[in-house]
Design a protein. Structure first.
Length: 387
């Protein structure tokens, strides 16, 4: 079934592209920021911890924010907080201030993503995973351009921070031209925010989501450092190489739903996790730029649809409480973002970045095992007919 990509879809995709622009520049910028601030891998990893803490806070507040403002207004509010955080990150060199700015940007990012999941799941109730995946695919373009912006400027006399400043005017323009089109009167439900106890299948899948996001952000944050260690490439070249990861994410998110449409939900997830594992193992054993580029591309393809598909699984296990499920998924993402880059950086200080990266295939294996432990045959059957 073809997806009707209306203005609603493109506005949400634009919001995602903006937050991904920052994430695309933020991850590869970690080695550059660490060198500028003269910090250890452990301290540099605290930026990921700040972003993770922001996601946790957003997860706790998600059902209440949706109840108070509605999903559409929550997305615009999140974009405003995100923009303030990015500007703070750009113009606040000391590590204490960049950590706080990252917290603000991360909180706004999580609000935008949480609203995206619930809005697209509702707007495209018969094609949720395809809508989410393709919107995320548009977001990946922002990720790629963010990486290019930081990587390109890193090789010049200008500050790499300037590569991120474009976020502010684009966020303002997106709001001016689209907020009235999406404006909706919000009347809070009399029953209050969604609440209650979620079932065991949800929580088992939630653990897999933690492993999924952990492997993604560990790869995003420290792949440039791994390339520098393994290939002796410059900081600028290593940063630009991460574009291959973003390209894989974008291509996989846009075309993946079409390529895998005949497979059930769980079969799709198993296939792409396996591809991610093969891509990462190739990356870890590579000592040349070209092999590393191919491995990063494969890893990106493997990770591309995992966020959308596992989110659909979580919503399916929520017993018609999508906002509650999305809030809990944000908690999972927060724990992953806060923990994985920091722990990898801590291990890197003691074992070296190459050995520390061995935590990633362990995370990927856990994620794959969870799909077998908590199957979703009913959801899979429904989704396979919808796509």
């Amino acid at each position: 079934m073809s997806l009707n990509r209306d203005r609603f879809f493109w506005t949400i995709a634009g919001q995602l592209a903006l937050v991904n622009f920052f994430l695309g520049g933020f991850g590869p910028a970690q080695p550059l920021l660490r060198s500028e601030q003269q910090t250890s891998l452990t301290v540099a990893g605290l930026h990921g911890t700040s972003m993770g803490l922001a996601s946790i806070l957003a997860g706790f507040s998600a059902p209440h924010l949706v109840y108070r403002f509605g999903r559409t207004n929550m997305a615009w509010l999140g974009l405003a907080i995100f923009t303030v955080g990015v500007l703070g990150f750009i113009f606040s060199p000391p590590v204490q201030l960049t950590l706080f700015a990252t917290l603000l940007a991360g909180f706004g990012t999580s609000m935008v993503i949480n609203a995206m999941l619930s809005q697209l799941s509702h707007h495209y109730s018969r094609q949720p995973s395809q809508a989410i995946s393709q919107a995320a695919g548009i977001g990946s373009l922002g990720y790629i351009f963010g990486t290019l912006a930081v990587g390109s400027i890193a090789g010049t006399e200008l500050s790499w921070r300037l590569g991120l400043v474009i976020v502010a005017p684009f966020a303002l323009a997106l709001y001016i031209f689209n907020h009235r089109e999406m404006a909706m009167e919000h009347r809070p439900e009399k029953s209050g925010p969604q609440r209650g106890t979620l079932n065991r299948s949800f929580w088992i899948s939630w653990i897999g989501f933690v492993a999924c996001i952990s492997s993604e952000f560990a790869t995003t944050f420290w792949s440039a450092a791994l390339l520098r260690d393994r290939t002796n490439a410059s900081a600028a070249i290593s940063t630009l190489c991460i574009v291959a990861f973003g390209i894989g994410m974008g291509v996989g998110r846009w075309f993946g739903p079409r390529v895998l449409r005949k497979y059930s939900l769980d079969s799709q997830v198993k296939t792409i996790i396996t591809l991610q594992l093969l891509g990462f193992l190739t990356l870890w054993t590579s000592h040349t730029i070209w092999h590393s580029l191919i491995a990063l591309l494969a890893s990106g393809l493997g990770l591309a649809m995992q966020f959308a598909l596992i989110s659909v699984r979580l919503i399916g296990f929520s017993e018609n409480r999508p906002d509650l499920a999305i809030g809990q998924s944000s908690l999972a993402a927060g724990l992953a973002i806060a923990g994985a880059p920091f722990l990898l950086g801590l291990a890197g200080d003691h074992l070296g970045i190459s050995r520390a990266f061995l935590m990633v295939p362990v995370l990927i294996t856990i994620n794959l095992a969870i799909i077998f432990l908590a199957p979703s045959e009913k959801i899979a059957e429904e989704i396979s007919h919808e796509l």
